[in-house]
Design a protein around this ligand. Structure first.
Ligand code: NAD
Length: 260
């Protein structure tokens, strides 16, 4: 495994939660990190914190569903640092409803953030990675890339879809030295999950404690939440792999909720 020392990594959705922890882990490994997020002030606060710790970082405003904003963020990265070695496609949201009640507008919003966002950021970075004949893309999937849960049809659909995108990129990118892999976390207590606990309790008519114990952590081996650092470790493992031996793969980090 190689160190990311001196490498440039774009992490989408890195102003919060899992993305922020990945960016921090990369920075600690010596990478220059680009915090690309919808929320520019939060991205700038993250950069200020990283810089105070002696790391190099750049905040870019980016809605991953906008081709124009994605292209602009990638161009700003190239202007600042002249290279892009790693893309972590992490930005994501959750919306829960049963399928028969799912508003089409919300289905489309989920597809746009999870799938269009992954495609647009990949496409924009690839032209620079292919020219440099090196690069690594890591998608943040989910246990829901492998399993299904009630109320989460678009999330499950999109997270399964990321595996297909990643495998295709692994095949197309190989001759340019570009690798592609997916990290699939179980439940992590980020703002995305904190929001779901009361929503699921209401939708299913159970308490919040029951949502955690009987739904979110029911199938884990030890009843524990996965942490942002657990996920960051796995992402660094894929990002730092040195050859095409590790491409087209997905790894589940979920306290055994899902096993393969
Ligand atoms: P989070 O809500 O803490 O952070 C998500 C970040 O993405 C925020 O900073 C937000 O501003 C940003 N974002 C949202 N929409 C965006 C857009 N259109 N463009 C750019 N940025 C946008 O969420 P999290 O839990 O850290 O989730 C990160 C990723 O991990 C998501 O893809 C999520 O599906 C995945 N994931 C989370 C869990 C979990 O349990 N938390 C489990 C498995 C997978």
């Amino acid at each position: 495994m190689q160190s990311l020392e001196g490498q440039v990594a774009i992490v989408t959705g890195a102003a919060s939660g899992i993305g922020r922890a990945i960016a921090k882990r990369f920075a600690e490994d010596g990478a220059i990190v680009v915090i690309a997020d919808l929320m520019l002030p939060a991205a700038q606060a993250t950069v200020a914190e990283f810089e105070a710790a002696g790391h190099r970082a750049l905040a870019v405003a980016m809605d991953v569903t906008s081709e124009e904003q994605v292209e602009a963020g990638v161009a700003a990265t190239m202007a600042a640092f002249g290279r892009i070695d790693v893309l972590v496609s992490n930005a994501g949201i959750q919306i829960v409803h049963p399928i028969d009640e799912f508003p089409f507008s919300e289905w489309k919003k989920m597809m746009a953030i999870h799938l269009d966002g992954a495609f647009l950021t990949t496409k924009a970075c690839l032209k620079h990675m292919y020219a440099a004949k090196r690069g690594s893309v890591v998608y943040i999937g989910s246990v829901h890339s492998k399993e299904a849960s009630v109320l989460k049809a678009p999330y499950v659909t999109a997270k399964h879809g990321l595996i297909g995108l990643s495998k295709t990129l692994a095949k197309e990118g190989a001759k340019y030295g570009v690798r592609s892999n997916v990290v699939c976390p179980g439940f992590v207590r980020t703002p995305l999950v904190e929001k779901q606990i009361p929503e699921q309790a209401k939708a299913l008519g159970i308490t919040e404690a029951e949502v955690i114990k009987n739904i979110m952590l029911k199938d884990t081996v030890d009843g524990e939440f996965t942490t942002v650092d657990d996920v960051a470790d796995a992402v660094l493992f894929f990002a730092g792999a040195s050859t095409n031996a590790l491409t087209g793969q997905s790894i589940i980090v979920s306290h055994g909720w899902s096993m393969e």
